[in-house]
Design a protein around this ligand. Structure first.
Ligand code: ADP
Ligand code: MG
Length: 801
């Protein structure tokens, strides 16, 4: 029964056939549901033809295949793995045959007893096809592997019993039946079994039938009792629900565990062998990974905990290697799209520049600068992420790269997400490169160590139109060496004569698309992305896996750590008093409102209310400003400017101020509802203050933090290390939360843990080895891998839109 199809499938999987062999051709001629789907006459025709083909001398020309049509396309083509019609792509027929679309992609309705209503419930869990079901993994497993006689049952433990039904009846109050109560006995004793809410069960439990029960044993009126146990009749050929490690699935109402288990079992029995092995055998052997089908099987029904562990490891590896292949290919793609202009800063110019700075570089800055300069000196376009906590001094590193561009007669651009930040960068650059503190939007400044002058320009929305035109023209003519501006402006209408380097500040607001758009501006500029968000190493290996990373993990000496304190609810007035004190000393303060993610409208309403309350009741004499996401960008910039120029004492804001504006005079950061923020976020907020040598403070208010929240806040109190906080955040809240929902651009990981550094590194190493030998994954044996990749990113795009 179905034996020939199975045999053919094995033959194909063994890879012993070449794509053009007669055997392959004859298999390919079968319709997608396999030999078994043919009528008697058609089977005969195929056989005669195939034997003919096989017995002919090689090279004797093609033999036209007979027209074959499946007469009974079976719903579950479980055993008919030979798919792909005769007209399929001849280049890699084997791969095609390996991955039939029908079987695994069949809707779960193809399984026995799945009606529309049930299919809909599964759909709510995102399980639509048989493949989805195979990859719908249990949340956990209950260990029911130990079967015990009733007399030996231990109260309070999960155990399994086999017994005969003595009696079973529906129970209830009044006329409404509520549950089932049964007596079950074996040679050693008798026990009570109750199911609440399942009165219909009474009818199924026939007296004297043998059943297997598994659950937690309790004591009721002195009698051992099982409440709501898992159960199944003993006849079952295999103990799916009891007597083993029993899978417990994520569930939705109306979808009983039993049903999911039964269907999972059926899907495994009928379909799991259709999953093509996507890892090459040598890789699996090297890393000790289970075959894919075994792993999927064991995820559901392991024979022991070791099985389960090995299965998880294998499938986690699958997820991770797919991500790694994808980021590594992306990286290769842009590296190969075209060459960049090598930018070099002569060593004596570099030294002169570093010596002209009013401070000594930290070791970390020195290292990041050398890495960056070495990279831009190559023809291969750089894509580097420069990571460093707020105030760690990223700008001087970026400035060195911009100098290299200027020294090589190429242009450099530096972009920021807001006008104020662009202005700030412009001033900083003019100051550290040329010692100019009050530069005009278009400035020609002396740069002694280059032996010539530098021409710099600021290009934002609020530069007056005529000046803007002039600057654009100058950029187009190549008269400007370095332009600083907002992303919007620079990406919008500026054409460069020779853009050699683009520096982008604040990665979070600068996505992959924008990176691509930027590349269009120059032939293929080097790219330096700066971010102040400490990103845990595991994420840099995955989400930012396509970038090279430099980390500035050392603060310039002499920084005073921001004194951070959790303020108990009853100390709130004291906190306000403290803010008043700072203001009377001429300092400024931020007050951040609780994070409200549900809706922007609610968030706005909350911050407006808080602003009004603070203005009228708490700080009636202070000058308060209000900032939130609903303000237009001009209004936002105006408020930030007022605050920067000290026309305001207190800025009441939602978390939008996260981005790094430098306001050295601000010394207090007061965060309301601090327990709602992530640790990394709190650290970012804290980074808004403490930007000068004046002592600064961060006050964390939280009305009724849970013990766990309290613990998290204590972490922020204790450490100033952004990386440590980011790691903790990732561990405590997962990557989705870490980046804000769905910003990670990472596929949903079902099995892999982003904290599993060794496995991530292994996957990266294997991915890079694989791509070295077959960069585009065109080899037939890599086809399943390639197909899985496509599936994965389809899912990502579907989820992120
Ligand atoms: P960020 O990494 O947040 O962009 P910046 O580059 O803006 O940091 O630097 C923050 C401040 O620290 C600037 O005022 C800068 O001049 C100063 N700075 C940078 N590097 C050093 C250093 N090695 N020693 C002392 N001060 C430094
Ligand atoms: Mg900065």
């Amino acid at each position: 029964m179905g034996g020939l199809d199975r045999y053919l499938k094995r033959l194909i999987e063994s890879n012993s056939l070449t794509p053009v062999s007669p055997a392959t051709q004859s298999i390919m001629a079968l319709p997608s549901h396999g030999y078994a789907s043919l009528s008697r006459e058609q089977r005969q025709r195929w056989l005669v033809w195939a034997l003919n083909l096989l017995s002919r001398p090689a090279r004797s020309g093609p033999l036209k295949p007979p027209a074959l049509k499946a007469v009974k396309p079976r719903k579950a083509s479980a055993r008919t793995a030979v798919a792909a019609g005769p007209d399929s792509d001849d280049a890699h027929p084997v791969a095609h045959v390996d991955a039939p679309r029908t079987g695994l992609e069949a809707p779960i309705a193809a399984l026995r007893g799945v009606r529309t209503a049930l299919a809909e419930k599964f759909a709510r869990l995102d399980v639509k096809t048989v493949r989805d079901l195979l990859y719908f993994f249990p949340r956990r497993h209950n260990d029911f592997a130990q079967i015990r006689p009733i007399a030996e049952l231990v109260v309070g433990e999960e155990q399994t019993v086999i017994g005969a039904v003595w009696s079973a009846s529906a129970t209830g109050i009044g006329r409404r039946l509520r549950g089932t109560e049964a007596l079950v006995g074996d040679e050693t004793g008798v026990m009570r079994v109750v199911w609440f809410n399942q009165p219909y069960l009474a009818r199924q439990l026939r007296t004297n039938s043998r059943i297997v029960l598994a659950g937690k044993v309790t004591l009721f009126k002195g009698q051992k009792t099982l409440e709501n146990p898992e159960y199944e009749p003993l006849e079952s050929e295999e103990l799916v629900h009891t007597g083993r490690l029993v899978p417990v699935y994520p569930s939705t109402s109306g979808l009983p565990q039993r049903t999911v288990r039964r269907l999972a079992k059926e899907a495994l029995d009928g379909y799991v062998d259709l999953l093509p092995e996507m890892l090459p055998p040598d890789l699996r052997a090297r890393d000790g990974l289970l075959p894919r089908t075994t792993a999927v099987r064991h995820m559901h029904f392991p024979d022991g905990w070791d099985d389960l562990r090995a299965a998880r490891r294998r499938l986690a590896f699958d997820e991770l290697i797919l991500i790694q292949i994808s980021v590594l290919s992306r990286r290769r793609e842009y590296q190969e799209r075209g060459l960049a202009q090598p930018l070099s800063l002569p060593e004596d110019a570099r030294r002169a520049y570093v010596e002209s700075l009013p401070f000594r570089l930290t070791g970390a800055q020195e290292k990041a600068m050398r890495q960056t300069l070495a990279d831009v000196a190559q023809e291969r376009p750089m894509s580097r992420l420069l990571q460093g906590d707020v105030g760690s001094g990223k700008t001087v590193v970026a400035a060195a790269a911009l100098l290299a561009a200027a020294a090589s007669h190429a242009q450099g651009a530096m972009m920021a997400p807001t006008e104020i930040l662009a202005e700030q960068h412009y001033r900083t650059l003019c100051s550290i490169l040329c010692g100019e503190e009050r530069p005009a939007p278009l400035a020609e400044l002396d740069a002694p160590y280059l032996g010539r002058s530098l021409r710099l320009a600021l290009l934002t929305g609020s530069v007056p139109a005529p000046a803007k035109r002039e600057i654009r023209e100058a950029i187009g003519n190549g008269e400007i060496d370095i332009v600083v501006g907002t992303h919007a402006v620079i990406q919008g209408s500026v054409s460069f004569q020779s853009l050699g380097l683009a520096v982008v500040d604040e990665q979070h607001r600068f996505g992959v698309m924008q990176r691509a758009a930027l590349r269009e501006k120059g032939r293929n500029p080097h790219l330096l992305v700066m971010t102040a968000t400490p990103i845990p190493r595991t994420l840099t290996l995955t989400i930012y896996g396509d970038l090279d990373i430099s980390v500035i993990d050392e603060m310039p000496p002499g920084r005073k750590p921001v004194e951070t304190r959790w303020v108990a609810p009853e100390e709130r007035d004291g906190a306000y008093e403290f803010v008043r004190g700072q203001i009377s000393q001429g300092r400024q303060a931020f007050i951040i409102c609780p994070l409200i993610e549900e809706s922007e409208t609610l968030a706005t309403r909350a911050v407006v209310q808080e602003y009004e309350r603070l203005s009228s009741e708490v700080f009636p004499d202070g000058r308060l400003g209000l900032l939130h996401g609903r303000l237009g960008s001009q209004k936002k910039e105006a408020v930030m400017r007022d605050f920067r120029d000290h026309r305001l004492d207190i800025l009441v804001s939602t978390a939008v101020v996260e981005v790094g504006v430098d306001i050295p005079n601000a010394t207090v950061m007061l965060v309301e509802g601090a327990d709602r923020f992530g640790l990394a976020q709190l650290h970012q907020l804290r980074g808004r203050v403490g930007r000068s040598d004046i002592q600064s403070y961060c006050l964390l208010l939280s009305d009724s933090p849970s013990a766990e929240a309290r613990e998290r806040l204590q972490l922020v109190e204790k450490t100033q290390d952004g990386f440590a906080l980011a790691e903790a955040d990732l561990r405590l809240r997962g990557p989705g939360e870490f980046f804000g929902t769905r910003q990670s651009g990472l596929p949903d990981l079902k099995v892999a843990q982003l904290s599993d550094v060794p496995l991530i590194e292994l996957a990266r190493a294997e991915a890079s080895r694989l791509l070295e030998g077959d960069p585009d994954l065109v080899r037939p044996e890599h086809a399943p891998l390639k197909e899985e990749m496509a599936r994965l990113w389809e899912r990502v795009t579907a989820e992120t839109h």
